[in-house]
Design a protein around this ligand. Structure first.
Ligand code: GDP
Ligand code: IMO
Ligand code: MG
Length: 439
């Protein structure tokens, strides 16, 4: 049985936490797309870990964890993540698998990310767009290229990167790198005075590749055997539906398919094997980076959500933009992904609000619509149509069932179901594993 778990909004919905909860009964957890732009937080007995590339099933010793073919892997980020987890006593032998078809990210991808995308999109600066561009441009470097064609391809990418850098002045590059990577010495040490240290990068990357050779494999037989023998596989999406390169708020998106189809292509598991699609939604909405956000609250209410929900990026520490739950967007997301289950996370963050709103329609050009527009300029202009509900003003963090929730919180969840036109099957009322219940 194969389940997809993905974000229904703009990312950071709590996918890591829910994957960790569901991984208890899973055999294999796979990251199908994205890269170290993701930050998936897991809290176990008060200890918090943020995963960027390693799947969120790693904390259960019985699981196998796979970095799928659709992921773009920053070797340095992978190495430091493995080191951190090793220090926590996590064992990777026969538990970590990296698809030999996955592409690699090098320090120059991060520099080009800063030069091309920083201001406009507000990317995470992890080199994601430039690495996927190389992949689509057919000049990417895959794990199966090592060691055979690695040096030659490395040379080609390095030279192309230097040519891109030459289009900018030294001062421009310096300024952008400072803005984006201040304090990130592990990365900045490769760059000085407009010189990208090719030999150092080559030496470090090949050393990392040698140290992880045991994990690199063709994942096809692994999945095939698991499916034939009825094992449980969880595909852990990164980012969220509206950051999808095709279906998101283009161009304010990431560079992979974050929707359900991307989980199939990014793992090589055929759609016919997918039994469940879990959509994860926050009880409100957040977004990091630029781009339209109809229900954004640029006021004290938005600030209160941010502070109560600790809405600061798990990867970049940037403050997340916050706003009310958008049922128009959520309904679109449910249908687009073919969701079979929806989970509401962070309900507890709304415990102390007098009033809570849900967006149930978009007002644009003198008309009310329930359609999510394709054009980001249009989306920027719409005015949300809200219904207002009274808050419950009491704690939900200890609740273990729907019936234990305060009546007004139950009414809020029921209103989400009514406006999204889909039943809620799981609720999360805190960051810990135990703070989750099924309806
Ligand atoms: P992801 O990228 O979708 O995995 O989400 P992130 O880890 O980036 O952000 C979700 C944040 O909310 C993390 O800090 C989680 O520990 C936290 N979190 C998850 N579920 C809940 C919940 O139900 N309540 C609260 N208060 N925090 C939660
Ligand atoms: P998880 O998996 C939230 C956003 C960035 C930016 C846009 C493009 O933790 O939910 P990129 O670096 O991908 O080229 O940036 O996408 N973004 C995310 N926002 N959660 C994420 O991942 C994100 N990954 C990328 O902020 O707006
Ligand atoms: Mg995140």
């Amino acid at each position: 049985m194969v389940s997809i778990i993905l974000g229904g909004q703009w990312g950071d919905e709590g996918k890591g936490k829910i994957v960790d909860v569901l991984a208890k009964d899973a055999d294999i957890i796979v990251r199908p797309q994205g890269g170290a732009n993701a930050g998936h937080t897991i809290n176990i007995n008060g200890i918090q870990t943020v995963l960027h590339l390693i799947p969120s099933g790693i904390f259960y010793p019985h699981t196998k964890n796979v970095i799928g073919n659709g992921v773009v892997v920053d070797l340095l980020a992978l190495k430091s993540e493995i080191d951190v987890l090793n220090a926590q006593g996590i064992n990777f032998k026969d538990r970590l698998y990296i698809s030999d078809k996955a592409h690699m990210i090098f320090p120059w991808h991060r520099i080009i990310d800063a030069l091309h995308h920083k201001g406009k999109i507000g990317t995470t600066g992890r080199g994601i767009g430039p690495a996927y561009a190389d992949k689509v441009n057919r000049v990417g470097i895959r794990f199966c290229d090592y060691p055979h064609e690695f040096a030659e391809k490395f040379d080609v990418q390095y030279t192309a990167a230097i040519n891109v850098m030459r289009q900018f002045t030294l001062i421009e590059i310096q300024k952008l790198l400072e803005q984006m990577y201040q304090g990130d010495e592990n990365f900045l040490r490769f760059y000085s005075e407009n010189y990208l240290d090719k030999e150092l990068i080559f030496a470090e990357c090949t050393a990392i590749l040698d140290s992880i050779q045991q994990y690199i494999c063709n994942t096809f037989p692994l999945f095939n055997e698991a499916i034939v023998t009825g094992k449980k596989i969880v595909l852990e999406g990164a980012q969220g539906t509206f950051l999808d390169i095709d279906h998101g708020t283009y161009p304010f998106v990431t560079s992979s398919n974050t929707t359900a189809g991307g989980a199939c292509t990014g793992s090589g598991i055929a759609p016919i094997h997918i039994s469940e699609v879990y959509g994860i939604f926050k009880a409100y909405t957040t977004r990091v980076g630029t781009g339209p956000f109809p229900t954004e609250l640029i006021n004290v209410t938005g600030e209160k959500i941010r502070e109560t929900g600790h809405e600061y990026g798990a990867t970049t520490k940037r403050p997340r933009r916050c706003g009310w739950f958008d049922a128009v967007l959520a309904r679109h997301s449910v249908f687009l992904n073919g969701m079979t289950h929806i989970t509401i996370t962070k309900l507890d963050v709304l415990d102390d609000f007098e009033e809570i709103q849900i967006c149930v329609g978009y007002y644009y050009d003198g008309k009310i619509t329930q359609e999510f527009p394709s054009n980001s300029v249009t989306l920027e202009k719409i005015k949300p149509l809200y219904i207002t509900m009274s808050g419950w003003k009491s704690s939900t963090t200890q609740c273990k069932s729907f019936e234990e929730l305060p009546i007004k919180a139950q009414e809020y969840v029921k209103m989400i179901e009514k406006t999204v036109q889909f039943p809620v099957s799981m609720i999360s009322v805190g960051p810990e594993r135990e703070q989750t219940f099924i309806l």
